[in-house]
Design a protein around this ligand. Structure first.
Ligand code: FAD
Ligand code: MG
Length: 302
């Protein structure tokens, strides 16, 4: 592989979604280049759950097994590093990397994930994915029935609390400021003995990412074993904006059921386009993207 090489498909992002797309495409005899910057969103989490055949494995081990399988297909190539620019060509695209290389392809797949933007609470980022978690299907079983906090507020917070009450009855809501719940929501919390603490949070105190206590502005502390939180996210790769791909109201890439974005020749799969953020969903949408890129290439040249 050298700069200037031409491919049927370039896949930007080589984690679960990108590797799944590459599997479908390699098996379709397509010349594929995967370019990956190596920063999957779950990289800090010790164990990944709820993906059959890999339940409880290390996130990196799942990706490494996938990569080894995919690279057995002779027409699939892999390059480490970030894509820094994408230029449309007549009938394709040029992709530029951070080390000044460029490659051409007929189709482009964005499997670039999302970025979780950590709140400014000291300790939050260090605990992220370890004891501060976002998804009960991924981690709820491991922290079932333990004293649990939920950093949340408003209607979304209410729905989050209701969901998590399935895994533990020992729940406290931390609003980190004025609570914003209806009378009806407050009476449900009361019925289920769920406390609300509205004091401003000053720190999550932890040891190697395992939270022990929360500190508040009034110098008090409260013990806790796990926290659920859903920090705001942004797209993992800004190049979708320069290409003009449309986003949904919630900030995900808009695709049709065949993983095509609103820009012809550009596809998306994985976290960047799906609400159901999971390895299984990344693999499912990636597999679909690969198949429909191949189908569209057949339509183009048959
Ligand atoms: P990602 O895995 O995030 O990978 C995106 C890749 O694209 C990265 O390697 C990134 O470096 C690359 N990239 C982005 N931009 C560029 C660029 N310009 N050039 C080159 N490469 C680029 N799911 C589960 O099923 N079970 C779990 O237990 C679980 N735990 C989780 C824990 C945490 C803390 C988080 C945040 C998520 C967890 N998830 C879990 C969700 C799961 O990690 C995601 O759904 C999954 O990683 C999505 O895969 P993806 O390939 O779409 O994106
Ligand atoms: Mg190979």
């Amino acid at each position: 592989m050298k700069s200037g090489d031409n491919y049927d498909v370039i896949i930007i992002g080589g984690s679960y979604a990108g590797l799944a797309a590459a599997m479908s495409l390699g098996r379709s005899l397509r010349r594929v280049l995967i370019i990956d910057a190596g920063k999957p969103c779950n990289r800090q989490t010790p164990h990944s759950h709820n993906f059959i055949t890999h339940d409880g494995d290390k996130p990196a081990a799942i990706a490494a097994a996938a990569k080894a399988e995919v690279l057995k297909y002779a027409s699939v190539r892999y390059r480490e590093g970030a894509v820094t620019a994408v230029t449309p060509l007549p009938g394709g695209f040029t992709v530029h990397t951070e080390v000044g290389e460029s490659f051409e392809s007929t189709k482009l797949v964005f499997a670039t994930g999302l970025k979780d933007n950590m709140p400014a609470i000291p300790g939050f980022a260090a605990c992220w994915g370890i004891s501060v978690i976002h998804c009960p299907y991924c981690h709820g079983y491991e922290v079932r029935n333990v004293p649990t906090g939920i950093l949340a507020n408003g209607n979304m917070g209410y729905e989050f609390v209701k969901l998590i009450s399935n895994w533990t009855k020992d729940l406290t809501i931390f609003t980190n400021g004025t609570p914003d719940f209806t009378e009806e929501q407050l009476s449900r919390f009361k019925k289920h003995h769920i406390n609300i603490i509205d004091k401003p949070i000053t720190a999550f105190n932890h040891q190697n990412g395992q939270i022990n206590t929360i500190s508040f502005a009034d110098n008090s502390e409260l013990p806790v074993t796990a926290i659920y939180a859903r920090p705001p996210f942004t797209q993992g790769c800004e190049l979708i904006n320069t290409l003009g791909c449309e986003l949904t109201e919630s900030g995900l890439l808009k695709t049709d059921i065949f993983q095509r974005t609103t820009v012809p020749g550009v596809y998306a799969c994985g976290d960047n386009m799906t609400m159901g953020r999971s390895v299984a969903q990344a693999v499912a949408t990636g597999t679909m993207a690969g198949a429909f890129v191949n189908k569209d290439l057949i339509e183009l040249f048959f």
